[in-house]
Design a protein around this ligand. Structure first.
Ligand SMILES: *[C@@H]1O[C@H](CO)[C@@H](O)[C@H](O)[C@H]1NC(C)=O
Ligand SMILES: *[C@@H]1O[C@H](CO)[C@@H](O)[C@H](O)[C@H]1NC(C)=O
Ligand SMILES: *[C@@H]1O[C@H](CO)[C@@H](O)[C@H](O)[C@H]1NC(C)=O
Ligand SMILES: *[C@@H]1O[C@H](CO)[C@@H](O)[C@H](O)[C@H]1NC(C)=O
Length: 529
């Protein structure tokens, strides 16, 4: 034994102590889930999906609002969406009167209030901006946003045609069902229900419906934000389309996870060009060629991922939110990230979907070069598309790439189109008003889901509102499994009728919860009425 034995004992003691501390942490780790009552179909304010509402959603899907590029959008379809939202046939007469005219006022529940309550404006011909006046002007307004345009379907052959609004086995199929006519219609149906209930808003809010989100949003949300900025509008919080409720995203977590995105990754695209080597006949090549240098550079970029930022961005909040709801041994790991962080980061790197959360990703998307089979290419170029982690910037990413390539003869030129720095990260947690409104509303509608902050991999219209509030959230209350994610911009986009009903109820609760003055009020479902 002797010295060696004593050392062993000490090590053993140390490990025991460490494990004990970690276990205590695991057992005492607080849940971060808001504790609110569930919304049940028996409640007076539960919105049951009626045939009429379903018809409205179907009609919205039938209207083609495809955006191919910022100069090629089906604008007549956008105008048809305006009509759909206003025509008494679809949305209730109440909204028609509120927004359009004062005739048939006598048939309304709350005529005078209503016509003063909602102001509808058409911004830049195609966007809609509704201002709903609350009774307490001392409260800072909030904003709900969505977009009416959809991405093309191109050559794809769907199981169910994409613009027929057909319902098959409880699912409404069609382009726009999850991106983003669900939000457009959900918000408007919820608003209508709210007004009809005679329960008028206390906090004012805006509804902004853009028409070119899929092609960068400058003419739509860009102009809406300018109009609001010119009026000096500040927002308490903003809720836009975004991440969804995912089931089976993490092994060891049974419950679905409602991912509320508090940040958006940035993007930078580089055109890697090489033209350093003189062209000539392929019979007498030099030791290097433009295409060889280009290939090496691209291979190096792909083989060397940008560093993991795990623990520095919102992905840490995500882990903490699910930690208390996980089972052993995952729970032990997630409640002790101070120790297991590097392991978790390594595991997340394995799967593309989780890898994208923890680092700036690198994708080689195009390559071109050469003119003839027996001529050395005068120029080779390739495109590298990065999605930037919220804790990094475009500049850092480009510098890191230059360092990786390490060859002066290889030019890294910014392609510039679509480049955007990551969004600021919005606050989240118990004491953050906007986050809690979203979290509570979500929990009232989907009590089984764990609410967690997340990072949006794609981009939304929210970039236009960064100056108006630091509380920006991106979320759609759509329950999905991992394989459904391919339906975004993909084949067989669809939404279950159950999800449609939940969407309407979710936005209704957002409107109800946002009437609360303070974040800490124990706002149970039943107090809303
Ligand atoms: C509706 O009536 C109110 C009050 O009479 C009036 O101020 C408002 O301008 C009218 N709205 C429209 C769209 O005519
Ligand atoms: C990349 O740069 C080269 C050289 O300037 C150019 O020919 C090529 O079109 C660029 N690629 C793209 C996608 O713009
Ligand atoms: C690459 O960089 C060199 C030196 O800076 C420059 O002369 C050349 O025009 C660049 N080529 C491209 C395609 O940008
Ligand atoms: C936000 O404010 C900054 C600084 O005043 C300005 O440069 C930027 O254009 C504004 N962004 C938007 C979307 O209005």
């Amino acid at each position: 034994m002797g010295v060696f034995g004593t050392a062993l004992k000490l090590i053993f003691l140390g490990i025991t102590l460490l494990v004990t501390v970690m276990l205590i942490r695991t057992l005492t780790f607080p849940s971060q889930q808001p504790n609110v009552g569930k919304c049940s179909p028996e409640d007076a304010d539960f919105i049951k999906l009626t045939d009429e509402m379903t018809k409205h959603f179907q009609e919205a899907i039938r209207i083609k609002t495809i955006a191919w590029s910022n100069t090629d959008i089906m604008l007549s379809g956008i105008l048809d969406m305006h009509t759909l939202l206003e025509r008494g046939k679809f949305l209730d007469k109440l909204l028609k009167v509120c927004c359009l005219s004062n005739d048939s006022v006598q048939s309304m529940v709350i005529p005078e209030v209503c016509s003063k309550l909602i102001k509808k404006e058409v911004i830049n011909t195609y966007s809609l901006l509704y201002t709903v006046d609350g009774s307490d002007p001392s409260l800072t307004p909030y904003m709900l946003t969505a977009h009416m345009d959809v991405v093309p379907v191109d050559q794809q052959v769907w199981d169910v045609p994409p613009f027929e609004g057909r319902i098959v086995d409880g699912f409404l199929y069609g382009r726009g069902t999850i991106d983003n006519k669900n939000s457009v219609m959900g918000i408007m149906e919820a608003l209508e229900f709210r007004l009809k209930s005679g329960n008028l808003p206390i906090r004012s809010f805006f509804i902004g419906l853009g028409f070119d989100e899929e092609v960068a949003g400058y003419q739509g949300a860009g102009e809406i934000s300018k109009a609001l900025a010119a009026r000096g509008v500040r927002l308490e919080f903003l809720l836009d389309e975004g991440s969804t409720i995912l089931k089976g995203a993490f092994r060891g977590i049974e419950s679905p996870i409602a991912l509320v995105s508090v940040a958006e990754k940035g993007a930078v695209t580089l055109n890697i060009t090489v033209e350093a080597i003189a062209t000539g006949h392929s019979s007498m090549p030099g030791k290097e060629s433009n295409l060889g240098l280009l290939s090496k550079a691209l291979a190096r970029l792909e083989a060397n991922p940008h560093p993991s930022m795990f623990g520095r961005g919102p992905e840490k909040g995500l882990m903490e939110a699910i930690a208390s709801e996980a089972v052993f041994p995952l729970k032990f790991v997630l409640t002790n990230l101070w120790f297991f962080g590097p392991v978790v980061s390594w595991i997340m790197s394995m799967k593309p979907s989780t890898n994208a959360l923890i680092r700036t990703t690198t994708a080689v998307t195009m390559v071109s070069g050469g003119t003839k089979i027996n001529v050395l290419a005068p120029l080779g170029w390739g495109i590298v598309n990065h999605r930037i982690h919220p804790t990094q910037s475009i500049e850092e990413v480009v510098n890191y790439d230059k360092m990786l390539v390490g060859d002066e003869r290889v030019n890294l030129t910014r392609y510039a189109v679509w480049d955007i720095d990551p969004s600021p990260t919005s606050p989240y947690g118990d004491d953050v008003y906007g986050y809690q409104v979203v979290a509570r509303s979500q929990q009232q509608v989907f009590p089984d889901a764990i609410i967690a902050p997340s990072v949006m991999i794609g981009n939304t219209d929210t970039k236009f509102y960064w100056n108006m509030t630091d509380q920006i959230y991106r979320f759609c209350p759509t329950l999905m499994v991992q394989s459904d994610l391919a339906r975004f911009h993909g084949l067989n986009e669809r939404m279950s009728l159950k999800n449609i009903q939940a969407t309407v109820n979710f936005y209704y609760h957002v409107m109800a919860n946002a009437d609360s003055k303070e974040v800490f009020s124990k706002h149970a479902h039943t107090d809303e009425l």
